[in-house]
Design a protein around this ligand. Structure first.
Ligand SMILES: Nc1ncnc2c1ncn2[C@@H]1O[C@H](COP(=O)(O)OS(=O)(=O)O)[C@@H](OP(=O)(O)O)[C@H]1O
Length: 390
């Protein structure tokens, strides 16, 4: 390259404007960096401010507001950080501990859902495995009933920013109790103060040892039972088994010990689970009525927001889950969420929820109605609520 003698002078002549330009560019760059920085900060605070304003409307003391504010902020952060979780479509396939012994005829129902086939893995069980906070033992548990609508209730509740729940069923108080409370705690998602940890295992309701064990963990535990007409519940239970084992005997033949005498086989778990009054009696030895909430499985379908309102009240939470969160999916034939937890897309429960039931001989259905009637009456009396099954 040739050096021209004019170059140094040229350089000298535009060196000061270049310097100025450089300084100007540096300043602009700095300003841009500052703007970007503050924008990120602003953006991260905007949603929580919105949440604060919304929640601030009728949350009580300032402390509660700030705790909720903190939890909603963490919620937003964890939602951003968390890997979206698949919509859980798991169901309970188990032999109920309390009906396992003796003349148990529930050997047909031996298969397990996907979650249950593998040992619970804390990393995959929690609704959010990342984020701050700490793992706590559940303060509220959905204890039953199998096929009552427990999955729908838990998935709907998970929409609430102050609820964190395990996706799979831990089966701690029936099958895994020997693993100890630390094992159980480790399955839980992290929560901040003010957030409620939850799990659902529908077999607890019929497990004789479960109330004593849950009470030993904490006497303050709130328990929720989703109940459904015991006759349709039994048919639903049978339908589930049938879907896995198409060769099982008919519902009609399993229902009776002796079809001619019409004696109902109460050792069949599909029948026994529906004797709600008997199972509730066991829970009342350890928990006062005001610590047990009964959710109607039927109303959970016809008016999900109404039932969710009751549950939120029971848990001492603001009614955040409302009508606006649901839509009725004509194809599914059930209410679905407009947006599931950690997702912006509408979500219905999967194909194992809301199966078509086989046609059952109406006479057998009537016989079962007659069988359950006195137990249902007792249950209405105990709960102070007529569920309208008769
Ligand atoms: N929104 C919505 N979508 C789909 N299904 C719904 C819903 N709400 C309640 N249900 C009823 O839930 C029944 C299954 O109950 P569980 O979730 O408790 O079953 S399980 O015990 O966990 O296997 C399931 O029973 P079946 O209809 O017999 O399949 C449903 O009737």
């Amino acid at each position: 390259m040739e050096y021209s003698p004019v170059c140094p002078s040229l350089l000298a002549s535009w060196s000061s404007p270049v310097k100025k330009k450089l300084i100007l560019i540096s300043i602009m760059f700095l300003v841009w960096v500052c703007m970007l920085y503050s924008c990120v900060g602003y953006c991260s605070t905007v949603p929580s401010l919105v949440a604060d304003t919304y929640r601030g409307k009728d949350t009580g003391p300032g402390q509660a507001v700030s705790r909720r504010t903190e939890s909603s902020r963490v919620d937003l952060v964890s939602r951003l950080l968390a890997k979206p979780q698949p919509w859980e479509d798991v169901e309970s396939d188990y032999e109920e501990a309390s009906v396992r012994t003796g003349e148990n005829r529930d050997l047909l129902d031996t298969d397990r859902d996907e979650w249950d086939k593998k040992a619970p893995d804390p990393g995959t069980m929690s609704s959010f495995s990342n984020g701050s906070g700490s793992k706590k033992l559940p303060q509220a548990i959905i204890i039953g009933v199998k096929k009552g609508g427990t999955r729908a209730l838990l998935e709907f509740l998970r929409v609430h920013p102050d609820i964190r729940a395990v996706g799979a069923e831990p089966h701690f108080f029936d099958r895994n109790y020997q693993n100890g409370l630390d094992w159980y705690r480790d399955l839980m998602p992290k929560t901040l103060e003010g957030q409620i940890t939850m799990e659902k295992t529908p077999s607890y309701f019929v497990t004789r040892e479960a109330p004593a064990r849950i009470s030993a963990m904490s006497r303050d535990t709130k328990v929720i039972v989703v109940v459904r007409d015991p006759v349709t519940r039994a048919i639903s239970d049978y339908t589930q088994t049938l879907s896995k084992k198409p060769d099982i005997p008919s519902f009609e033949s399993l229902t009776f010990k002796n079809r001619t005498t019409g004696l109902i086989d109460t050792s069949w778990s599909a029948i026994q689970i529906g004797i709600y009054a008997k199972h509730l009696d066991n829970w009342l030895q350890y928990f006062p009525m005001d610590q047990i909430l009964f959710v109607s499985g039927e109303r959970l379908i016809s008016d999900p927001a109404g039932e969710l309102g009751r549950v939120q009240d029971f848990l001492g939470l603001k009614r955040i889950i409302t009508d606006k969160h649901f839509y009725f999916n004509q194809t599914k034939g059930f209410p679905c969420l407009k947006k599931a937890e950690g997702s912006s897309k509408p979500h219905c429960l999967g194909k194992t929820k809301g199966r078509t039931h086989p046609n059952i001989d109406p006479e057998v259905v009537q016989r079962l109605r007659d069988f359950y009637r006195p137990f249902n009456m007792k249950f209405y009396q105990m709960t102070g609520h007529n569920f309208g099954w008769d």
